[in-house]
Structures are given as C-alpha cells and as structure tokens.
Design a protein around this ligand. Sequence first.
Ligand code: GLN
Length: 493
Amino acid sequence: MTNLTNLTITEALKGLSAKDFSAMDITNAHIDAMAAAKDLNCFITETPELALEQAKASDKRRASGDALALDGIPIAMKDLFCTKGVQTTAASHILEGFVPQYESTVSQKLLDAGTITLGKANLDEFAMGSSNTSSYFGNVISPWRDDSGADLVPGGSSGGSAAAVAARISMAATGTDTGGSIRQPAAFCGITGMKPTYGRCSRWGVVAFASSLDQPGAFGRSVEDTALLLQAMSGHDPKDSTSANLPVPDFAAALTGDIKGLKIGIPKEYRVDGMPEEIETEWQKGIDMLKNAGAEIVDISLPHTKYALPVYYVIAPAECSSNLARYDGVRYGLRVEGEDLNATYENTRAEGFGDEVKRRIMIGTYALSSGYYDAYYIKAQKVRRLISQDFMSAFEKCDALLTPTAPSAAFAIGENEDDPIKMYLNDVFTVPASLAGLPGMSVPTSLNAKGLPLGLQILGRPWDEETVLRVGGVLESAANFTAIPNINAKIAA
Ligand code: GLN
C-alpha cells in the first residue's frame, strides 16, 4: 500500500482520480500522523472531525465526476486565517476562544478548491517572530534534529505549518509572510515555501500584523505543490483594497524546466559580515547549478540593503501597534475586568499579550508618537522607497535574484531568546523583498554537516511569480533534495 502521508499533491491527485485510494483514506492517514506527532505541537486546534466530513464530501464529488482542483488534499491552515466556526487565536492569549463568524477569503478559496483542513497551525504570537517560540500555546518543535539532541526551532512565524509539512503530517500548508515568515521556516524545515507579490492573495480575514507587508502564501514538499496551492489561494478580492485586480497565471505551467538565457542576479550586499561558511558555500553551489542549467549569472548591487532591517523594525511595529489597538477586551476574546473601563483595557492587554508583542507595540507607539512620527516612521517609509528602487534597477539587469534564505540553519529552542536583535537578524535576507512587495520563494538544497536543511531564496519582479517558480523548479531538480526528518526518533526521544 502506498504511504499516503508521503505523497506530493500531484501524486495524490493522480491516485485519487485513478481510485487507488480515497480522500477518506488520505485524510485518515494524516489524522493518524497528526495524533502520533502531537509532541511537535504543530497545531493549536486540530479539526479531525471536520476533516473527515470534508473528505466524505470530497469523495462524493469525485464519484459524481465533479472533482475540484485540489479535491481531497489535506492541508494545515496557519491560525492567523479566520475560519468560520473554528477557533482562531493568532497564537495569542488575547484571542483565545475567539470563533469567527466568517471565513477568510484565502481559506474560503481553498475550501472551494476541495482541500481538507486538518487544523489550525501554530505560529509565533500575531506572526511576530522567527522561531515559533512566542506562541501562547507553546513552542513548535522542529521534526529535524542534529547530533546535539537539543530541540530545534522550526523557524517562524509560520513554524507549525512548515513543521507539519516537513513531518508528513500535512501534505501542504498555508502561511503568511510579513518579513520572511514563510521563506525562513521553509528553509529551516527542508521544504518549499513561497510568498507571492504583495496583493496577489487577499488579506481579508487574516489577522493583521503589519498591513503594508502581510501576505499569505504556500508551503509544499515540491515547487509544483507550492505552485498548485498558491494558485488556489490567489486572485482579486474586492474586500481587500490592496488586492490586485490582475489575472492569475497558471503557476504550475511556469515550471518548464528551462532557464536558458535567463539572467540571475547575485547581490553583493548579501555577503554579510559573519555569515557562516556553510551558507556561503551553499549559495555558490546554487549559483553553479543555475549556471549549469544555462542561466547567465550577473553581479548586481542593492546598496540600501543595510537599512532594510532597521526600516522594517520601525514600520512593522508601527503598523502592529495600530492594528493591535483593537484588542481591548470588549470586542474579541479575552476580557480581564478592572475597576473601570480603562482598567479593563489595561488588565486585558497586560494579561493577553506576550512579551514580544508588547515590545513591538511599545516600539511602534513610540515611533508613531507626535514629534517622532517624521523622524522615524516617515523617514523609514522614505528609505523603504529607496530599497524598492534598488530592486527595480537590479531588475533592469537581471530576471531574478538568488540569495541564501537565512543566515544559518535552524537553531536550538531558547537560543537567541534574550537577544531580540540577534533574533531579528534572522530576517536579513528576507525582509528587503518584503519591503518592496516582491515575490520570493525558498527551495531546500542540502543538509549541512550536522544534518540540518539549508535553503536558497529566489526573488522576482512584482507579479512575476512565474519566473521565480521556473527558477525554483530548476534549482529543485539540480539540488535533488530528498531528505526527510526522522520524526520517529524525535518522538521517541
Ligand atoms: N521574523 C519577522 C518578524 O518577527 C517576520 C515575521 C513575519 O514574516 N510574520 O517580524
């Protein structure tokens, strides 16, 4: 019997239409995998009953010849997407018990494509983090381990989604990426993750962190799977004013395997001080792979790169402080009574938010306060424009960029914890593209000497996900990354 939890979406769809197995079979196999891997804490809310109901309906549709694009494919939904009738927490105590009355556009599109929802995946609180250690509902543990035996982070903020896909609990998953939250966990977990152009997927019904940066995207175990999931998630939504009214190309068709003559830019500013040698080597390997496949490698410069992290850590907290002002104990989730209304606000927010979220609300409120607004927020927006312009000039000389996804492999849980700046440095390669709204993807390419996955990032022009996917497909074939984490060893330990 086929191992149903190790299939790609493409393989599963083939088997389903050949009646080798049913959506019910696939769903049951994944529910079992989810139960066996509870220790990894990938989910905040598991929804096996709902999944079985959806699987039953899926099999019925297929039997009557009405199968949908992704009918019967089990996925994990990052717990930042509002799901009607299913608790949505953003991994925060302040939203514990919040059951939305509506479905986010992206999750609705996935339901309309016939996917099966296994549950709501764990994340960093309000998607703020790079390690999935700030969730009120506990850390996510990576299914990977090195010889130290320590529990490792899956990356973040979409850590539960990435870990579930890597651990063969879920065939694919949704994520959101504000500064790297899809690409970095994909790299840490040895899977593929793509953030499309800002505006490609609707943000309606996605709990907001930093609205000018937040963008839904997809995780898969192959570039093609990622393309298929992203396809179902994309498209114009009149309910989100920043959603683009543009046709969505056929993403999977972009995987032609041919990058001859394509110009791949290598930004010299991404050779950052203190970058471990294994990352440098991996990057060079990727450059050689693309060159061997017929691409032309060009050196480019993104001179404002060094300002990207400081700019991001003004803009993202500023927008977060404004977005999170709505959690007041009156409208959603937690309420901690005080003597009067102000005390109720204070008590609710003091108890409801974790340390990292509070830190960002304070930084953001400070940056937006009168007298500082021009000096910090406006200045950051101006530099953001320069960062975008760097990319636009680079794209006059090349069609896509290749960089490392993260400056290291996964680290141990607890490491970097008392040094927020060190934690923020994780996003050094992902944040610039977020500020410019560009599409980006991480593709797993190797295991390092300790047996942990490394990934490379491909960035493209706005609305040109197709080139990113095409390059990603070629890198995937050349790298031939087939390693799977030994989750039994992890669970037994
Ligand atoms: N790690 C970054 C942060 O903490 C990015 C998070 C994200 O993309 N949601 O803000």
